[in-house]
Design a protein around this ligand. Structure first.
Ligand code: SAH
Length: 322
C-alpha cells in the first residue's frame, strides 16, 4: 500500500498541498485527485500531524486551540481577528520552552521538543479551515530561533496559505545566531526582539538568556538586519510595575535604540501569569510611551487580546481552557 503511494507522480503531493493550503478539511474534497487514491490517502496518511484537544473562544473573538502531537506533546495556537480585516495567527515553534523568562507562563511548563515544519503548518491550516488568514506571528510557545530550520521551512510555505512573508513576524529573546539566519534567509520576514529591560543587569535578572547573548550584541545584529533588509525591527517590551516601567528607564531605552526608523517599540501590557509581577498602570504605560516619542523613538501600545481565555502574550501554558 505504501509503495502504491510512493509510486504516485510528484505533482500529486503538490495538488494535496494546494487543497490543504486553500482550507480543505479532508481528502474527499480534492476533486482533481483520483477517487481510489483519495481513499488510500484517507486510510494511510493522517490529514494533520496534530489532534485538536480543546478550543476556547474569547469574548473579543480570539480563538485558542490546544493540540497534541502524535507523541502527546501539547501545542497551542491562537487566531486573532480585527475590525480592519486583519486575521492573524499566533503559532508555537516548540512544545513548551527551554528558556526561563520570569514573567512568562510557557517557561514554567516542561520543555517538550522542537516542532517539525509540518506541525507548525498544521496549526496554520487548522485556522485556515475556519476562514481566510493574512498575518502570522511566531509568538506562541517556544523560542523560534532555537528551531530556526523548521521555522524557515514553514515560513516558505505561508504565501500559499495567504500569508505573505512581509506579514510574517519572527519574535525572539535575542538568540543571536538565529537572527543572522533570519537576515540571510531571502524572505522579507519581520524581526521582533523581546527586549524588556534597557540594561544588562536588570535584563539578566528577568531573562537569564541575556547572560549568553547580551543586549549590545543583539542590538548590533538587529541594526545589521535593518541595514540588510530596510525593514524596522520591532522591539517588544512587557510593562512590569516598578520593575522596568519608570520614566528614567524609558530614557535609557531611548538612548539604547536611538532616534529614527531602525526600531519600533511595542509596549505590551503585562498579562497575569503565575508570577511575582504586577502590570504597569495605563498611566505608567502612557508616560513611558511619551518619553520614547519625545526622544524620537516610535512606540505603540499592544492591544491585549484573549486574556479571558489565557490566550494573550505569555499566557500559553497548555492548561485547561476557561
Ligand atoms: N520566545 C519568543 C517568542 C514568544 S513571543 C520571544 O520571547 O520573543 C511572546 C511575547 O510575549 C514575548 O515578547 C514575551 O516576552 C511576551 N510575554 C511573555 N510573558 C508575558 C506576559 N505575562 N505578559 C505580556 N507579555 C508577555
Amino acid at each position: 500500500m505504501q509503495q502504491e503511494l510512493a509510486d504516485q507522480p510528484s505533482y500529486r503531493a503538490q495538488q494535496v498541498w494546494e487543497w490543504a493550503a486553500r482550507g480543505a478539511s479532508s481528502y474527499a474534497e480534492m476533486s482533481n485527485i483520483p477517487a481510489a487514491l483519495r481513499e488510500r490517502l484517507e486510510e494511510r496518511v493522517p490529514f494533520s500531524t496534530l489532534t485538536v484537544v480543546d478550543e476556547a473562544h474569547s469574548r473579543d473573538g480570539t480563538i485558542k486551540t490546544l493540540f497534541h502531537t502524535h507523541d502527546g506533546r501539547p501545542v497551542e495556537a491562537v487566531l486573532m481577528t480585527y475590525r480592519d480585516g486583519r486575521r492573524s495567527i499566533c503559532v508555537s515553534s516548540q512544545s513548551g520552552c527551554p528558556l526561563t523568562c520570569s514573567f512568562c507562563a510557557t517557561g514554567k511548563m516542561k520543555f517538550g521538543r522542537n516542532l517539525t515544519a509540518s506541525e507548525i503548518l498544521d496549526q496554520v491550516l487548522h485556522f485556515r479551515r475556519i476562514g481566510e488568514v493574512n498575518h502570522l506571528v511566531f509568538m506562541g510557545m517556544g523560542e523560534p530561533l532555537l528551531n530556526v530550520d523548521h521555522v524557515l521551512d514553514a515560513a516558505r510555505r505561508l504565501p500559499d496559505v495567504g500569508i505573505t512573508h512581509r506579514r510574517t513576524t519572527v519574535s525572539t529573546v535575542g538568540w543571536l545566531p538565529g537572527i543572522q539566519r533570519i537576515t540571510d534567509c531571502g524572505m522579507p520576514l519581520r524581526l521582533a526582539f523581546s527586549l524588556h529591560a534597557p540594561e544588562d543587569g536588570l535584563r539578566s535578572g528577568i531573562m537569564p538568556v541575556n547572560d549568553r547573548w547580551p543586549l549590545e550584541d543583539v542590538l548590533a545584529a538587529c541594526r545589521t538586519h535593518h541595514e540588510a533588509t530596510n525593514r524596522a525591527v520591532f522591539i517588544e517590551y512587557v510593562m512590569l510595575a516598578g520593575v522596568n516601567d519608570g520614566p528614567d528607564q524609558a530614557l535609557e531605552l531611548a538612548r539604547l535604540l536611538g532616534p529614527g526608523f531602525t526600531f519600533k517599540v511595542n509596549l505590551i501590557p503585562y498579562n497575569p501569569t503565575d508570577s511575582v509581577y504586577d502590570g504597569s498602570s495605563p498611566e505608567a504605560i502612557e508616560r513611558f510611551r511619551a518619553v520614547l516619542e519625545e526622544h524620537g523613538v516610535r512606540a505603540t501600545v499592544r492591544l491585549t487580546r484573549g486574556r479571558d481565555i489565557a490566550a494573550a502574550c505569555g499566557q500559553l501554558a497548555a492548561t485547561a481552557s476557561a
